[in-house]
Ligand binder design. Structure first.
Ligand SMILES: Cc1cc2nc3c(=O)[nH]c(=O)nc-3n(C[C@H](O)[C@H](O)[C@H](O)COP(=O)(O)OP(=O)(O)OC[C@H]3O[C@@H](n4cnc5c(N)ncnc54)[C@H](O)[C@@H]3O)c2cc1C
Length: 310
């Protein structure tokens, strides 16, 4: 039996770790393949820090420790009828991978469709764009792009929006305004046999009170663990665990002004200033990170019922 995970982000990583743990299934019984362009976790919450290009965590050792096969490439098409994923490698080679269960965890994207219209409107408004380059550094007098170009500016506004990856559109199911697949409490995509969606790719209820998981690492890690558990549970004939996540905190870094730590869906402020800043640093380096590249630690970190002490 083969279980395929698309994406090596927070959800994909924890889905992989959970899958291997359930029922002690061996790699011969249950092959777990993780498809992603790079075997590394991009620590997105820290991308505002200096040297953002260094803020990735390698996953090769972690995946090896839990017997997960890494497949280099980008999933281009998903055929839910023949249960096949078509993958293109960095060198352009095409490969088909069949699956018994599929967990889609793919990342947000602005979406290619509206791009031309947006570019056109910006041109008309006299707004210049720089495509194909990221922001490499940000300082008091402007930004430096990844291709080395320097733009002097007194004010820089970060306004990147997020949307589920276009690949989710290939799953014949209902989606919300962000392109996220609507899932049931077990993170299954209703009506599409063998497909689970999680992390930023899924719109999932966190509780029975009407709260839905936002696109966040905090939720993606737990959703990943539940999706991994449930996809494997279905194959191995063991009970599923409905996704639930009660704890929810928000912590904003305010630069030299410290930080703001809030709890709950009503965002009650609990900490400000240096104390909150210290917590923000702990969140970004301990809680939102990959597990240790050691089997027992990696598997324990993906226990769906694990809660943080924050
Ligand atoms: C700038 C920025 C700052 C953020 N700050 C915070 C924060 O402070 N706190 C917080 O909780 N959340 C934050 N988020 C949100 C958070 O990063 C996401 O919610 C989280 O990463 C979602 O996890 P994921 O696994 O679903 O997706 P990701 O972590 O984005 O991982 C997606 C994976 O899928 C892979 N992939 C994409 N397309 C394909 C394909 N076609 N085939 C194969 N693989 C593919 C990618 O390479 C990647 O490995 C931030 C996001 C951004 C963009």
């Amino acid at each position: 039996m083969r279980l395929v995970i698309i994406g090596a982000g927070f959800a994909g990583m924890y889905a992989a770790a959970r899958l291997r743990d359930i029922n002690g299934a061996s790699p011969e019984e249950l092959e777990i393949a993780l498809v992603a362009p790079e075997p590394a976790l991009v620590v997105r919450p820290r991308l505002y820090e200096p040297k953002p290009e260094t803020l990735t965590a390698p996953l090769v050792d972690v995946l090896k420790a839990i017997d997960v096969v890494y497949v280099q490439g980008s999933a281009e098409t998903v055929n839910t009828k023949s249960r096949m994923v078509e993958i293109f490698s960095a060198k352009g080679a095409k490969k088909n991978l069949s699956y018994d269960r599929l967990v889609s965890t793919i990342a947000p994207d602005m979406g290619a469709g509206p791009r031309l219209l947006i570019e056109d409107a910006l041109n008309k408004l006299g707004v210049e764009t720089r495509l194909g380059a990221g922001v490499a550094a940000l300082d008091k007098s402007g930004v430096t792009l990844s291709d080395g170009e320097r733009i002097e500016a007194e004010t820089v506004i970060w306004a990147a929006g997020i949307r589920a990856a276009p690949l989710t559109a290939q799953i014949p199911a209902e989606r919300d305004n962000f392109g996220r697949l609507l899932v049931d409490r077990d993170l299954r995509v209703p009506g599409v046999a063998g497909v689970f969606a999680t992390g930023d790719a899924a719109r999932a209820a966190c509780d029975d009170l009407g709260n839905y998981a936002p696109m966040s690492c905090q939720h993606a890690t737990r959703m990943g663990a539940f999706a991994g558990h449930n996809a494997a549970a279905e194959l191995l004939g063991v009970p599923a665990k409905p996704y639930h996540q009660k704890a929810y905190v928000t912590c904003l870094d305010l630069g030299e002004a410290g930080a703001l730590f809030m709890r709950g869906w009503k965002r009650k402020v609990e900490m400000v200033g240096d104390v909150a800043k210290k917590t923000k640093q702990e969140i970004n380096t301990v809680w939102i990170y990959r597990p240790r590249a050691e089997r027992a630690a990696a598997l324990a970190s993906a226990d769906p019922e694990r809660v943080t002490d924050l």
